[in-house]
Structures are given as structure tokens and as C-alpha cells.
Design a protein around this ligand. Structure first.
Ligand SMILES: *[C@@H]1O[C@H](CO)[C@@H](O)[C@H](O)[C@H]1NC(C)=O
Ligand SMILES: *[C@@H]1O[C@H](CO)[C@@H](O)[C@H](O)[C@H]1NC(C)=O
Length: 166
């Protein structure tokens, strides 16, 4: 439960001790890596390196953990660029976190809500039936060190039984 990017950095430093003493640990989940984006920007003033300093350091550390402990890191990240020209614009998925972080990313999953049909725009948004109808989309892109890229898109619903791919 970090409340600032400094705390995140500190937490990751301590994590190394845990990883080195428990070799069965293989997965690190971060929710979310963009949580302190706006507070870092505000604290950094006009200086971009200062704005990105903490996340850069955290990313360097994560890169080291990936290399030394062969773990998998899964991180969520908010989409902040909302396009005004329609939901199909690729402007919504432009990476905005620091380059040190972007260099670590090998797979990106962009989740979005599929355009609501007439049934989903009804005013009663709490209705269970309507929520069951809501379709989400996930666009996956991957890149490897050799530069090859793959991409695919899947649609899914969230039902009482869990995620159901369509
Ligand atoms: C911007 O911030 C970085 C990192 O804190 C610092 O090294 C650099 O001197 C700053 N640049 C300016 C122009 O203040
Ligand atoms: C809206 O609901 C009706 C009746 O429940 C259904 O037949 C129709 O296919 C739905 N339309 C959409 C766009 O989901």
C-alpha cells in the first residue's frame, strides 16, 4: 500500500530481500504503475527528468529483479489520453510513462469497453442483466528483443462465473 512514488521505490528495494530468500516467488503484480504519475508531474515542476526520476529508478530496479530473479511482472496502467475524435483513434493507447519503464514492457494488453448498444445506454445502469451484456475488448501486442511484433484482439464478458471469452 504505497502512497507515493518514493514509497514504491523503497518497497521495491526491500522486495529484493524477499525474492532472494524465497526462490519460489515468481510473479509480481503492481496495481498500478501509473498511480503516482500526476503527483510526480506536479512535484517535478517544469523539469521532466525530475518528474520521471522516481519511476525511472523504480523501473531500473524492476529491470534488475527481472534479470536476476527471472520473475514475471504484471502491471496495470491507466489510459490518460482520451481522444475527442472517436473511440477508434489510437491516441487512447499511447504509452506515456517514462522510457525506462517502456523498455521493460514486452506485452501490452489494452482493455476497453466495446461501444454500448441501445440496451447498454439505458438509464438503469445498476441492472444485472445489462451488466451481463456489457462486452469488453482486449487488444494484445507483444514485442521481443528481436523486434518481432504480434497482435490480437479478443472480446470478453464478465459473468457471475468469471471472465468469459467470446
Ligand atoms: C532536472 O532534474 C534533474 C533530476 O533531479 C537534475 O539532475 C537536473 O539538474 C534538473 N535540471 C534543471 C534544469 O533544473
Ligand atoms: C437488446 O435486447 C433485446 C431483448 O432483450 C435483444 O433482443 C437485442 O438483441 C439486444 N440488442 C443489443 C444490441 O444488445
Amino acid at each position: 500500500h504505497c502512497s507515493s512514488s518514493s514509497q514504491l521505490l523503497l518497497t521495491l528495494h526491500f522486495l529484493e530481500t524477499t525474492l532472494s530468500s524465497r526462490s519460489s516467488l515468481a510473479l509480481l503484480l503492481i496495481d498500478s504503475i501509473s498511480a503516482f504519475y500526476w503527483s510526480d508531474r506536479s512535484e517535478g515542476g517544469a523539469n521532466i527528468s525530475k518528474q520521471e526520476e522516481k519511476l525511472s529508478k523504480s523501473s531500473e530496479l524492476l529491470g534488475r529483479l527481472l534479470r536476476d530473479y527471472r520473475i514475471t511482472i504484471f502491471a496495470t496502467c491507466h489510459t490518460i489520453r482520451r481522444s475527442t475524435s472517436g473511440p477508434s483513434s489510437s491516441d487512447t493507447d499511447r504509452p506515456y510513462l517514462c522510457r525506462t519503464w517502456q523498455r521493460l514492457v514486452t506485452h501490452r494488453l489494452l482493455c476497453s469497453r466495446q461501444e454500448a448498444g441501445p440496451n447498454q445506454t439505458a438509464s438503469d445502469r445498476g441492472d444485472r442483466e445489462q451488466r451481463r451484456c456489457q462486452v469488453f475488448r482486449v487488444h494484445c501486442t507483444s514485442s521481443s528483443s528481436t523486434g518481432t511484433k504480434g497482435s490480437r484482439t479478443s472480446s470478453f464478458r464478465v459473468t457471475d462465473g468469471g471472465v468469459e471469452f467470446i
